[in-house]
Design a protein around this ligand. Structure first.
Ligand SMILES: Cc1ncc(COP(=O)(O)O)c(C=O)c1O
Length: 407
């Protein structure tokens, strides 16, 4: 039993206390969990055995004899994959391995942001980015999206507004390929425009590309970093979505003047070494085939969720069918407060991400929600969406008739 009051000594400004983990809800449509059946267990076992037998003794030194940027064969694999998949030309020494791309976000934030600084981002964006910026006391301004991602006319409007107030944003944070949460893919022409606009306003670009490997329809455009001729773009990626989120392996790409300052901020003596070794060993043989298979599974689950939403919500749920990724972003009629819906639904076993937490302007996201389709099996998706429709009908009269009533 704790009798000592540590809380009296805590520093000011801490985030709210964490909740205890009590297991996953029955219908788990939140977060970035992935398809369990697609985790390549046997190949990971083989990769672990091979790499440990061959190089296990390098665990005796911090950084595995590869230095502070991370395990060199993994950086070499990433350099090759980025060239082939995203058109990025970079050397292994321009890549830093991070503990998930979340650490990349923390490092870039730590490099640029003091309280009161401003970041420009997509109006609907990754909730983890918003909470990080809030905790740092940074300001952010959202830019409206359309089907091709961040709108450039709106970006110019936002940058002009800020300029008029004497504010130079530190960077534009964008998820251009399979955007979280909207799933949009920014075409190359818009990427070039973004580069031009950012340069003319003297702001950097932070490109978060962690879903880019999960595109099953259309071609993947070149990364913004690949089109960048000024070294203006800092890029991050992750194996969380393409292999497994629990591995905690991400990466950051930047030119040395930026990288050398980021490296000085990474004070954890290196990200998990075994994970880096295993991912390098596995990915260099299997990555392309694995991602192609995973995408087929995700595509099937996306279709199951889209069909369930259409069946259960009808015209009340507006959404675009995803061409990749693991989420569907849904707009419900204005009277539905998805934060309250989320609370009621969770008590009944259905977990969702309310739109307010995924929106730069929380009020604008109040009637939207994000559902992850990657982790649940199709039967569970159908059941969970039906249950959600029932709850939503009961609480908000949306959809007009409850899911159990034949339509
Ligand atoms: C856009 C975006 N960036 C970064 C992350 C963090 O992922 P990880 O740290 O697992 O690489 C996520 C996770 O959902 C995300 O959606």
């Amino acid at each position: 039993m704790t009798t000592f009051d540590h809380a009296a000594l805590f520093r000011a400004g801490l985030p709210p206390a964490a909740a205890r983990f009590n297991g996953f809800p029955r219908y788990n449509f939140i977060g970035g969990h992935n398809d369990a059946g697609s985790v390549p267990v046997e190949a990971l076992v083989e990769a672990s055995t091979n790499v440990l037998r061959r190089e296990g003794r390098t665990l005796a030194t911090y950084g595995l004899e590869s230095g502070p940027l991370g395990y060199k064969p993994l950086r070499a694999f990433i350099a090759g994959a980025l060239k082939a998949r995203a058109g990025i030309q970079c050397a292994a020494d321009e890549i830093l391995i991070t503990s998930g791309s979340l650490q990349a976000l923390d490092l870039v934030n730590a490099l640029f942001l003091a309280p009161g600084d401003t970041v420009v981002l997509e109006g609907a964006t990754y909730g983890g980015t918003l909470t990080r910026l809030q905790r740092l006391g940074a300001r952010y301004v959202g830019v409206e999206l359309d089907r091709d991602g961040m709108r450039m006319d709106q970006l110019v409007r936002v940058l002009d507004d800020l300029k008029a107030k004497g504010v130079r944003p530190k960077f534009i944070y964008t998820i251009p390929t399979v955007q979280n949460p909207t799933g949009t893919v920014m075409p190359e022409a818009r990427r070039l425009e973004l580069l031009r606009i950012a340069a003319s306003y003297g702001t950097a670009i932070f490109e978060d590309d962690c879903y880019a490997d999960l595109l099953w329809e259309g071609t993947r455009p070149k990364a913004i970093r690949a089109l960048d001729t000024r070294g203006q773009v800092i890029y991050c990626g992750s194996f969380s979505k393409s292999i497994a989120p629990a591995l905690r392996i991400g990466y950051l790409v930047a030119d040395w003047p930026v990288m050398s300052r980021i490296l000085a901020l990474k004070t954890d003596a290196g990200s998990g070494a075994l994970e880096q070794m295993v991912v390098a060993e596995y990915a260099s043989r299997h990555f392309d085939a694995h991602v192609a298979e995973l995408n087929q599974v995700l595509k099937g689950k996306a279709e199951a969720m889209a069909a369930a939403l259409e069946e259960q919500f009808g015209a009340a749920a507006e959404f675009a069918r995803p061409s990749g990724g693991i989420f569907i972003w849904i707009t419900l009629p204005k009277q539905v407060d998805t934060t309250r819906l989320g609370q009621v639904a969770l008590a009944e076993g259905v977990a969702l991400n309310p739109g307010a937490e995924w929106s730069a302007d929380a009020a604008a996201g109040r009637h939207r929600l994000r559902l992850c389709f990657a982790n649940a099996e199709p039967a569970n998706i159908r059941e969970g969406v039906a249950r959600l429709a029932e709850i939503c009908h009961r609480e908000f009269g949306v959809p007009k008739r409850s899911a159990n009533v034949a339509r």
